[in-house]
Design a protein around this ligand. Structure first.
Ligand code: GLN
Length: 237
């Protein structure tokens, strides 16, 4: 009998338009860890005009982009919005970075004041700051797990969470979501939103392993993924 081949199918949402600072590296990191436990990771670009069927994917990456790219992506995202929301409500794991993170919320305001509608998959919203940006290295700590994450932020948007979400971490160094409430990023179901480029999963192997486990447990619930992943060493850059 041949060993069962496990796989994780990644949707790279608008990856040709939203890929600031090599956000695709998040998929490379996921694959790097997955192959160490015999799991294949495939990825497929889902962009303007493409179908997105939530049942065909086990993980999604929605990377960052500038206001201009976001204004092109936003109307098309409405077209597949209900399917993205279904993926999320069925506990599909998503890493959403910066511009992608903003578009999963209710709305964001561009630097020039234009309001862009998100798909309201999370009850968050993003205001603007007309003349300044948050740029630099960030360190955060997740209060529940005690894990620290490192990244690089470059955004004008100021994002605010509701009481239905929790932050990915509390800011130790840097600005985070909005420079005032000490929150960075979001966790909602299995959605991890963040302003961290770097890419985040490459620099933070602990988070990559956490997300890989979520995807595998959801897809193959009878396998003890936690024990398998305990043998994999997370790397940090
Ligand atoms: N346009 C957004 C902002 O500046 C997103 C930037 C990004 O994805 N790096 O807030």
């Amino acid at each position: 009998m041949t060993e069962q081949q496990y796989n994780v199918r990644v949707a790279h949402l608008y990856g040709d338009l939203m890929n600031t600072y090599g956000d695709y590296g998040n998929i490379i990191a996921l694959r790097y860890y997955a192959q160490q436990i015999g799991v294949e990771v495939s990825d497929q670009l889902v962009s303007l005009g493409d179908d997105f069927n939530a049942d065909n994917f086990d993980f999604a990456l929605f990377g960052g982009g500038q206001d201009y790219e976001q204004s092109i992506v936003a109307p098309d995202l409405q077209r597949i919005g209900s399917e993205v929301r279904r993926f999320i409500e069925n506990d599909g794991p998503i890493i959403a970075v910066c511009g992608g993170y903003q578009l999963l919320g209710n709305y964001f305001i561009m630097a020039d004041g234009t309001r862009v509608e998100g798909i309201g998959a999370m009850n968050i919203y993003t205001e603007n700051q007309a003349t300044t940006r948050f740029i630099g290295n960030v360190t955060i700590k997740n209060p529940e797990t005690g894990e620290e994450y490192h990244g690089f932020e470059n955004h004008q948007g100021r994002t605010y969470l509701s009481n239905q979400e929790r932050p990915l971490g509390k800011v130790v160094i840097g600005n985070g979501n909005n420079g005032e409430d000490g929150n960075e990023g979001v966790i909602y179901r299995n959605v991890f939103g963040t302003y961290f480029h770097g890419p985040i999963l490459t620099r933070n192997g602990n988070l990559a392993l956490r997300m890989l486990e979520l995807a595998l447990v959801r897809k193959y619930p009878t396998v003890d993924w936690h024990s398998k992943l305990a043998n994999v060493t997370p790397e940090f850059f």
